[in-house]
Design a protein around this ligand. Structure first.
Ligand SMILES: [Zn+2]
Ligand SMILES: [Zn+2]
Length: 386
């Protein structure tokens, strides 16, 4: 009977309420051997395939170990089962648990939703299946930090929802939608139920950005563009419709608007010469390499004829951006740079300032994504599942 109730419950859980679910690969870059789940709120049903193993409640502790080709499950120190996979299905929508990696050791995190733990080629794979809108609340705080105004969180909610829906097949070949890192979108904890974030997600529920073809738009964003946004081909060597470079005065007086870096002149010269055959023996070229200047953003160092993309210099010297000028001081090259990040699309610090000046989220999106249109998807498919 219990099994029947649970199966009915699962069916109701997943289909009747038409919630948009998303599956996130947690700790995707780690090779996990042991993980611990500590229940913090509510209860979870544990299944091995479709077989109900048991129900756990607060404050139960669950240890998951890689064991041969299986996952070994220990509950409160007692070995309970071994299986290729376990599912943890939450009893209620606001149930949550703490995930902590023991091997390798990583800081604990809190997550809501359901979990699937599988032995994937000798490592644990931990997936979190959760309502899209609930996931977004965790993402928005991970990406934008706490303490922003609701109007800014609305901007971030629309960008992150569009991203999640557009790229939901990004990890499709691995059996989940998105990972929890910057490769997709940072999702480092559950929603904190901050009233500002909660209301931002609720008030924009189902809202996305579309490109001119009516497809979900690529909603690139960066921490600070340094006063001029960047064309995508400078960063990724490919044109992406809908993005152009323009001046942004909203971000130029913020903390990350300017940076400097000191590089030994010998390191600078040898990098240019050894990697790109730059003619440092020519005194004019050498001076140009020490006095390179960008009033407007450029794609190449000194001149395109030398074929040195600024993105290569950024990578090699771990610079905050490609938007820098240089001068020589003694044995050093001093780089004076602007901004933080690739500079394409929405500038987060500029957008935060627009909101402080009283602009509405529609105006902020229109400023940074002038070729994209806001679109309201049917709201019924974005309601929370319980
Ligand atoms: Zn990813
Ligand atoms: Zn900016």
């Amino acid at each position: 009977m219990l099994r029947f109730i649970i199966l009915f419950y699962l069916f109701y859980h997943s289909s009747v309420c038409k919630a948009q679910l998303i599956r996130i690969g947690l700790y995707n870059s780690q090779k996990i051997k042991t993980a611990k789940f500590s229940l913090k709120n509510g209860a979870y049903f544990i299944f091995s395939d479709t077989n109900l193993i048991t129900k756990v409640n607060v404050p139960d502790l669950i240890l998951l170990n890689v064991k041969n080709n299986d996952v070994e499950l220990l509950i409160n120190g007692v070995t309970t089962a071994s299986s290729s996979n376990f599912s943890f299905i939450s009893e209620k929508n606001d149930n949550f648990l703490e995930t902590k990696l023991i091997s390798p050791t990583l800081k604990a995190r809190l997550y809501e939703g359901d979990f699937i733990v599988t032995n994937r080629k000798g490592n644990l794979e931990i997936l979190n299946e959760i309502d899209l809108e609930q996931y977004l609340e965790g993402v928005i705080e991970s990406e934008a930090g706490p303490g922003q105004k609701t109007e800014y969180y609305k901007v971030q909610a629309i960008i992150s929802r569009t991203y999640a829906m557009k790229y939901k097949e990004k990890h499709g070949s691995s059996g989940f939608n998105l990972c929890d890192g910057t490769h997709c979108q940072a999702y480092l904890h559950k929603r904190n139920q901050s009233e500002w974030i909660d209301s931002a997600v609720r008030k924009t529920r189902g809202m996305v950005l579309l490109d001119k073809q009516g497809e979900l738009a690529p909603t690139y964003f960066n921490a600070n563009c340094g006063g001029q946004t960047c064309e995508p081909d400078i960063v990724w060597n490919q044109k992406i419709a809908g993005f152009s470079s323009f001046k942004d005065t909203f971000c130029i007086h913020t903390n990350q608007a300017k940076w400097t870096k000191k590089i030994p002149v010998n390191d600078w010269n040898s990098f240019l010469n050894e990697k790109y055959n730059y003619p440092i023996w020519d005194s004019t070229c050498l001076i140009q390499a020490h006095t390179f200047s960008q009033l407007d953003r450029k794609a190449f160092f000194v001149s395109p004829i030398f074929g040195i993309p600024l993105r290569d210099i950024r990578d090699a010297f771990k610079l905050k951006s490609t938007y820098f000028s240089c001068k020589r001081e003694g044995d050093f090259i001093i780089l004076n740079g602007h901004g933080f990040g690739h500079g394409v699309g929405l500038c987060q610090e500029g957008a935060m300032n627009m909101v402080k000046f009283g602009y509405k989220y529609e105006q902020v999106l229109n400023f940074y994504y002038p070729e994209m249109k806001l679109f309201q998807m049917p709201i019924s498919s974005f309601s929370l599942r319980k």
